[in-house]
Design a protein. Structure first.
Length: 253
């Protein structure tokens, strides 16, 4: 994706999206498996990317200069990262602005996220497109079908942002609160694997606990205030705490 057009106000325009199938379709469409079949072993062995540390990571130019920070992560309906939202340009004449960095153009390293945005090409990475184009994830649309991303970005029904679920309240059913979603785990290829929940009381252990993420549950939509875990109270009682020390994250929290 390469956005086109001028920066516009989120009060006037919204982001809409097209369906972009990925190899993870079967994963997101599958039914949740019992927690007794879920193990942290693969997560510890493979490692990956933590949403908590990706957000606010330094955005670095090709010349190695810090030009901004990563503010949000946009995923498609198959839970694959498609673009990163960065705030850049404080040192440029254009001032601070949000830009969209296609996932394929971002290079993640220990020092931060290297992005191709420069002062002379920042317009090419505008957050909004003037018109629909075949390879676009973001373009102007109907505000009524959108949800707000922070104060500057809106998303449509076929993509969602990681901040839609971070800090959401996790529950069993609609009445039994478990705790808050404090993190999400991605493969190094940018596929979301799990959410991390910190229990709000000792009733569900001390945690944190990592639960598999298969996609949007039928009763959860981006922007909802809580996320319903599709498990029983008994199955949660057998969960071991997730050990971040064993998880090989690109950046340590």
């Amino acid at each position: 994706m390469k956005p086109y057009g001028k920066t516009v106000s989120a009060l006037s325009f919204a982001i809409m999206t097209i369906s972009m199938p990925t190899a993870q379709a079967a994963q997101s469409q599958g039914k949740p498996r019992p927690l007794d079949e879920w193990s942290y072993h693969a997560l510890y062995q493979q490692g990956g990317i933590r949403a908590e540390t990706l957000l606010n990571t330094k955005a670095i130019s090709a010349q190695g200069n810090v030009v901004g920070t990563i503010e949000n992560v946009i995923l498609d309906e198959e839970n694959q990262i498609v673009t990163l939202i960065a705030e850049v340009g404080g040192m440029w004449k254009s001032g601070d602005r949000h830009v969209s960095i296609p996932w394929g153009e971002a290079q993640l390293g220990q020092e931060g996220v290297r992005i191709p945005v420069r002062e002379d090409n920042v317009e090419d990475y505008n957050l909004f497109n003037d018109e629909y184009v075949d390879d676009a994830y973001i373009f102007k649309g109907d505000l009524e079908t959108s949800t707000q991303v922070e104060s500057d970005v809106m998303t449509g029904p076929r993509i969602w942002k990681i901040t839609d679920i971070i800090d959401d309240f996790a529950s069993l059913g609609k009445d039994t609160g478990v705790g808050y979603i404090t993190d999400a785990l991605f493969t190094r290829d940018g596929v979301m694997q799990a959410i991390v929940v910190k229990p709000s009381s000792s009733e569900f252990g001390n945690g944190p606990f990592a639960y598999p993420f298969y996609g949007h549950p039928d009763d959860w939509q981006p922007g909802a205030m809580h996320y319903e875990l599709p498990y029983s109270r008994e199955s949660l009682s057998d969960m071991p705490a997730f050990d971040y020390q064993k998880y090989d994250s690109l950046w340590n929290g």
